[in-house]
Write a protein that binds this ligand. Sequence first.
Ligand code: SF4
Length: 462
Amino acid sequence: MESARSHRKSIANDVVSTLPLYRSAPALEVRLEDFTLFAMDRLRVLKGISDGLSRGKKTEEMEQLAKDLWRANMRHPQASEVVNKDIISHFVLRLVYCRTEDLRKWFLPMETALFRYRFRHETAEAQRSLMAEFDLSYKAVSNSEFESVKDKLCQVARSIGMSLPTADAIFYKVPFEEVPELVAGRRVFIHKGHAYVASTQVVSLVATQFRSHLSKALILTNRKWTSTIREQEKDRLAPIVEALCTSYLGPDYSQPKGFSEISLKDIDDLVKSSFPLCMRHLFEKLREDHHLKHGGRMQLGLFLKGVGLKLDDAIAFWKAEFSQKVGAERFDKEYAYSIRHNYGREGKRTDYSPYSCQKIISSTPGAGDHHGCPYRHFSEENLRAALNKMGVDGRAVENVMDKVQNRHYQLACTLTFEAVHNSSCDSGINHPNQYFSDSQKILQSKNHSDAKINKLGARENS
Ligand code: SF4
């Protein structure tokens, strides 16, 4: 098998490219810890790209975003290991995302987008050598042929806002079916079944090849996974692989972050100002029914712990509600234990973490349950009503509903956050406790600047 390092050299002209084509899995020994960590780092990059694309960012913005994400996540303390990390993480995620059609449908375009952005940052020679590796050895259009179609090429360039081709511009003549994106976007001149592709457009050619190779590879990996790997690795890799696609990649919110503990008397105000919709809904249902089923108690209880509700206050809070329905005695007997358990004071004394969006979104609430993510689990009518109640209306509601229809639930929540706070949230919402802490930061800085303005006003008036 090919070694990872050999990926570094592209075959043509010995030009060094840092962009591997991931043709075959490298024969490397990988520590179990790196297996997971590398994959999670790459997943952060792909998730960031996915968020950027669903937010409708432009190509240049996406290129910059991909570059920043790569730099932030794919470094390695040893420079020599950077390429290995790249290759290992790709193959681990291939295993993770080959397993169902839905997973493949997400992974394939994201990896292709990442490849495309990285390819554009390669030097011209490195790009040429990568093309050669894909057997894309197209002939450059000769000078005389260039002159004969120059007017047509200029017409296309003008219509898509590209600079006009000069005499030394390089164009490749490519069978038009090999550049479907360029043809669909009317970005190339086509003559007698051939598209005239500018050197700046070759990324499209290479990305199509990359996508088709990866698509086939995912199907083959899936066959291997179901026929042998899953069984062989059932005690070691399989549980890691199965957990990776739903793993939460953000910070740990088991302890309150960046703000002090909250007290019971402030909780109703905080619900209105800083709770995400999932937690507002649970809170309102608790106040209405004086009861929540297990899923709701866990989702809300751990969230409240993460925002800084102390154990004694948490017990007082739940008791005040539940005693109205089941009586104080039954509460002490049946429910207080699990609250202490969540705070790590009972059982194995584990400090349980509040649930991430991914975990909440993938839950399956049954009849009478109120947990889950409203963007995923509410009917359209109920969601619209809930958004209006939060003060989101008009165009903003339609934007949220549009994301919901496309199953971008976290993005829908991010747009809600932005509408409610009148402030942008570039990182997107990944965790209910992040929603809370970002909201508190914004409100506190608003309070701070309001106080400053008041002080200045008072000084001017004195
Ligand atoms: Fe809650 Fe996350 Fe859904 Fe927002 S996206 S409502 S924070 S689960």
